[in-house]
Design a protein. Structure first.
Length: 283
């Protein structure tokens, strides 16, 4: 490649079916080598030998194997971000360009309009619940997972809708920050890795929910359950039953909403279920 010429490369992580097409552009950039352009809501890895630490935006963490992993939040605007790693006593940096928001629009009709136009009481409840949930994103505990993660259902159907811009009864709402998997009510939901149950409860929008802390800032979440099989503080193993599929909260039918936050960033959870080698790599 010469000058500022860019060449697109299309990667498909896939889990039986294509879960996301990640567009990776490698461009010449004076002083930085190659620049990677990715959509928001994805993951970028930076492999290399002898890495001591990884970092971004003032936060530092240990590598996963011989790679640094960087989570790009779904709501990151088009911009340049700078990631770092330390090896041999030296700090190295790379530029990552966050591209346009590539996700589809989803229109949902709910018969119960009170789940769209909230009463003052329901709004206060949602605000309390959001504060309780947000307190988890800063947890710092030792890593207890490897990649790829275990599927959250024994037989995992095609998922999707991560990042969709959603309209409920024609009113715009927050984008979809997880993947939905259709399954019969009562289907067992499995923990994707070992961890600590950080929070359980019956919340206004996600319904009966389980949040698991897997360490290194990785939190997995399971929404719309019909029953919960664990309690706050429980230690769970990879593949352990957390609860049962249902349609509690704001849901139009039985399914599992599976989501993750890593280092506080909302990323496509299906990327963590796929082969790490399929994800964008800094060179």
């Amino acid at each position: 490649m010469r000058g500022n010429e860019c060449q697109p490369v299309y990667l498909s992580p896939g889990i039986g079916t294509v879960v996301l097409i990640v567009v990776l552009r490698l461009c010449a950039s004076p002083g930085w080598g190659q620049v990677t352009e990715v959509p928001p809501g994805t993951l970028v890895r930076w492999p290399g030998e002898g890495i001591a630490e990884c970092g971004e935006d003032g936060r530092r963490w240990k590598p996963l194997g011989d790679e640094c992993w960087y989570a790009i939040d779904l709501l990151t605007p088009e911009s340049q971000i700078y990631v770092a790693r330390w090896r041999g006593g030296e700090k190295e940096m790379k530029e990552v360009r966050v591209g346009t928001y590539p996700y589809e629009v989803q229109y949902i009709t709910l018969k119960d309009d009170s789940q769209v136009n909230l009463s003052a009481e329901d709004l206060r409840r949602v605000q309390r619940e959001n504060s309780m949930i947000a307190a988890m994103w800063g947890r710092e505990t030792p890593r207890r997972f490897d990649l790829p993660l275990e599927p959250p259902l024994e037989s995992l159907p095609e998922g999707g809708r991560f990042g969709s811009r959603r309209f409920f009864n024609k009113q715009p709402r927050s984008p979809h920050t997880g993947s939905d998997f259709a399954a019969d009510s009562g289907t067992q939901i499995l923990s994707v890795a070992a961890g600590t149950v950080a929070l359980t409860g019956d919340f206004f929008f996600p319904g009966k929910s389980v949040f698991v802390d897997h360490g290194d800032g990785l939190i997995s979440m399971y929404f719309h359950l019909s029953g919960i099989a664990v309690e706050d503080g429980d230690q769970v193993q990879r593949g352990e039953i957390l609860g049962l599929v249902g349609q509690s909260g704001r849901a139009t039918g039985p399914h599992l909403h599976f989501g993750v936050r890593w280092h506080g960033a909302r990323v496509d959870p299906e990327l963590l279920l796929a082969s790490p080698d399929a994800l964008p790599s800094l060179q």
